[in-house]
Design a binder for this molecule. Sequence first.
Ligand SMILES: NC(=O)c1ccc[n+]([C@@H]2O[C@H](COP(=O)([O-])OP(=O)(O)OC[C@H]3O[C@@H](n4cnc5c(N)ncnc54)[C@H](OP(=O)(O)O)[C@@H]3O)[C@@H](O)[C@H]2O)c1
Length: 334
Amino acid sequence: MKLAIIGITGLVGLKIKEILEKSQLYIDTIIPVASKKNVGKQVLFRKKYYKIINCDNILDYHPDIVLLSAGAEISKKIVPILIQNNITVIDNSSAWRMNKNVKLIVPEINANILTKKDKIISNPNCTTIQLLMGIHNLHKIFKIKRLVLSTYQSITGTGKNAIKQLYNERNNIVMSNKEMAYQYKIDMNIIPQIDIFLNNGYTKEEIKIINETKKIMNDDEIKITATAVRVPVIGGHSISVNIQFDKSFKLHDIFSIIKNTDGVILKDDINNNIYPMPIDVHEKDEVYIGRIRIDESCKNSLNMWIVADNLRKGAATNALQILDYLIKNKILSK
Ligand SMILES: NC(=O)c1ccc[n+]([C@@H]2O[C@H](COP(=O)([O-])OP(=O)(O)OC[C@H]3O[C@@H](n4cnc5c(N)ncnc54)[C@H](OP(=O)(O)O)[C@@H]3O)[C@@H](O)[C@H]2O)c1
């Protein structure tokens, strides 16, 4: 199988390549794609060198499937061309996620809805993925009425330029405004803005989490509010989650459901100060949950803390799990 990775030089693209190297997925050739400045550079994959190409030439290389992680603008341009040529795309950007004809997939939750007709499959926002991994089984049993979310999102969620900004700040290297990933200093700071502001005062990131959660859970009735915050952590998003259920629950049932959720690890032992932190989830594919406790201020409510590696389960791992599902279930259009 020929797999094109668009955005191979980015944080997500590199992580996809790294995970694929060690995986059992049958890929005989990769087609590395990046922007024009990297065309011609060599990429090593499973002991073979491949030259980076640009999107303009991708059809000449006849990919069977494309993993796209180069941002929404590029996705909007290239995806129609790829699907016209019967090439399936798994897209990490937000470009198609809310399109009613495009499925938004977290394999543990809803891969079963995929069919051969799905030429473009969207990977959800990194924060949405880890949130839903933690709560989807609770929703099935106790029905979530309302979610109040505060996120603490790593700079790696912004891409490679954010890491450069943080290191430059730490080394007192001055950057031009154009080079900076954030308008403000990020080291020793937190920024309560991720993506642009919308008319209702929310950021686009906050609305993505809200809309994508409803779409994947297939439930428009859940009430959700979110505040998304950027923190100077290099890898690993955290979410403080307050959940109000329709039904009453026992805390030990919540622990048991989470413990038995595929892809989730319960790390909650306050007697020994054990809870998940970004530093511990680095390079892990699972989503970690701790600090589970009753919300004593509100009926049928609890709080929890969800942490995951945003480049793995939040992006690369989830996309590769989708690819694995497509291959194993013979769903690929080619
Ligand atoms: N980072 C995360 O945690 C995360 C999680 C979920 C989803 N995502 C999404 O994944 C995508 C990539 O994120 P990232 O963090 O990997 O960003 P990044 O580190 O900034 O990398 C961006 C990639 O896109 C490539 N690119 C830019 N312009 C291009 C063009 N005209 N043609 C082909 N490739 C082009 C870049 O190539 P050059 O190096 O040549 O410029 C680079 O490989 C974004 O849509 C992002 O929203 C990211």
